[in-house]
Design a protein around this ligand. Structure first.
Ligand code: SAJ
Length: 417
């Protein structure tokens, strides 16, 4: 039996490695030649704890190989990106390209699983693309249980930074186009899954994935909105949330500089795009979270103005230190990071020196090169007039806020103040 994983990114590669580690023959496919070559050397092109050793063992053991074009397989798992385009419309171009790539090698009896986060109806749409290219095969939409090809939607729900553990332990929602499709998909995942397979139909499974991330976005928006209200009222929002969470039925999340990453800030838009009239709360949550970086920048500008007035220094003489560039704590992923957009904007605005502290990287991303200086915690603390805490990395939490000498601190995570 051959399992083929299409798309070897943050989800596809760990999934391919998980199957291969259970002695399954896995052929990974990716359009990125560099990623394919790296994987075939037993190395990885992304950062995720524990993934490197699993991939190394899988490649060395001959269970996992990568290539740029699909082969005939018994099961295909599609894990390609589904970004948005234009006015937050889901972009299904990569899923369509994956379907077109596997269509010529699809054989009778194959199972095709879509894992990419997708709008409701995407699985039927993908089945339609495949059916249009292979009129010699039957598909669930016409042939139901008797179809030559089985198709299911099975979203991933792993947390970056904990992918290898969550991939195996989390329960999995299985949305087959027919009960037979669901049964085959459940059987496939049970090869490595310790969590449970929970069966539903494809549309519910698609909506379930979008719901999970929208739930988190709406709840973070609530915390972020509280942080604005508390700043106006002179209340410490983190103390407030700690107190409110002592109620047995209240569990408020944490405010921050905004919501980053590739999922939570994207997926709610898929619901909004399909249901603009109904999805009012979900849209507002997106707006609240997206406006938070701008609010943080205004706070920094106000701190700079206060510091200038108090110290009598000129703007050119003020040193600003920003702590954290990643989109969340203790990872090195800077993509779609609100901290990155805050620091970029400050680099443009600030006339004096700008320091950035990011213990998880060695070089600044291109966008910030020449515009700020990457330094360590000690140097930043000893030289800066104003501190801006953007990410609650463990190295920053280890600093005792009470011992900081700076009077001007913008702490977006409630770590020091
Ligand atoms: N954040 C806050 N306050 C909080 C929690 C998070 O500001 O209380 C911010 C983080 O700093 C970050 C953003 O939200 O910028 C997203 O971080 P996250 O840790 O909440 O989520 P992701 O994007 O790393 O992963 C999410 C997860 N979804 C849920 O928890 C519902 C993960 O399980 C999904 O698999 C993943 O999205 C995905 O791939 O969809």
């Amino acid at each position: 039996n051959i399992i083929s994983v299409i798309g070897l990114g943050y989800i596809g590669l760990p999934t391919a490695a998980a199957f291969a580690s259970r002695q399954q023959r896995v052929v990974g496919v990716d359009v990125n030649e560099n990623a394919v070559a790296t994987i075939n050397r037993g190395e990885i092109h992304i950062v995720e704890p524990e993934l490197d050793c699993v991939v190394k063992a899988a490649v060395e053991g001959g269970w996992l190989s990568a290539r740029t074009t699909p082969v005939e397989a018994d099961a295909y798992l599609i894990a390609v990106p589904t970004p948005f385009k234009g006015d937050h419309e889901p972009d299904m171009a990569y899923v369509k390209a994956a379907a077109e790539a596997i269509a010529p090698v699809l054989k009778k009896g194959a199972l095709v699983i879509l894992e990419s986060t997708s709008p409701v109806g995407a699985t039927e749409q993908m089945a339609g693309w495949l059916a249009a290219l292979r009129d010699d095969l039957t598909f669930p939409q016409q042939a139901g249980e008797a179809a030559d090809i089985n198709i299911a939607y099975c979203p991933e729900r792993v947390l970056p930074g904990k992918v290898m553990a969550e991939l195996i332990q989390n329960d999995r929602v299985i949305g087959g186009m027919t009960p037979v499709c669901s049964a085959r998909a459940s059987e496939l995942y049970s090869i490595f899954l310790k969590g449970e397979c929970v069966v539903t139909n494809a549309r519910t499974a698609e909506m379930c994935k979008l719901t999970e991330n929208s739930f988190r976005d709406v709840n973070i928006a609530f915390a972020n909105e509280l942080s604005l209200i508390c700043a106006t009222q002179g209340i410490n929002v983190w103390e407030l949330i700690r107190l409110a969470n002592r109620h047995p039925r209240v569990n408020i999340l944490q405010p921050g500089p905004g919501v980053g990453g590739h999922c939570i800030a994207v997926d709610p838009w898929f619901i909004v795009a399909q249901n603009p009239q109904q999805a009012r709360l979900i849209r507002t949550a997106r707006d609240v979270n997206d406006s938070k970086p701008g609010w943080v920048i205004d706070r920094v500008k106000a701190a700079v103005a206060d510091c200038l007035a108090d110290s009598g220094k000129r703007a050119e003489e003020l040193t600003l230190a920003c702590f954290g560039l990643a989109f969340k704590p203790d990872i090195d992923d800077l993509r779609e990071s609100p901290s990155m957009s805050i620091v970029s904007e400050l680099a443009q605005w600030h006339r004096g020196e700008l320091l950035a502290v990011e213990p998880n990287i060695h070089t600044l991303p291109q966008k910030l090169q020449g515009r700020c200086t990457l330094t360590d915690v000690q140097d930043a603390l000893s030289r800066a007039d104003i501190l801006v805490l953007l990410v609650d990395h463990c190295q920053f939490k280890a600093i005792d806020g009470a011992r900081l000498v700076q009077r001007y601190i913008v702490d977006t995570r409630g770590v020091w103040r």
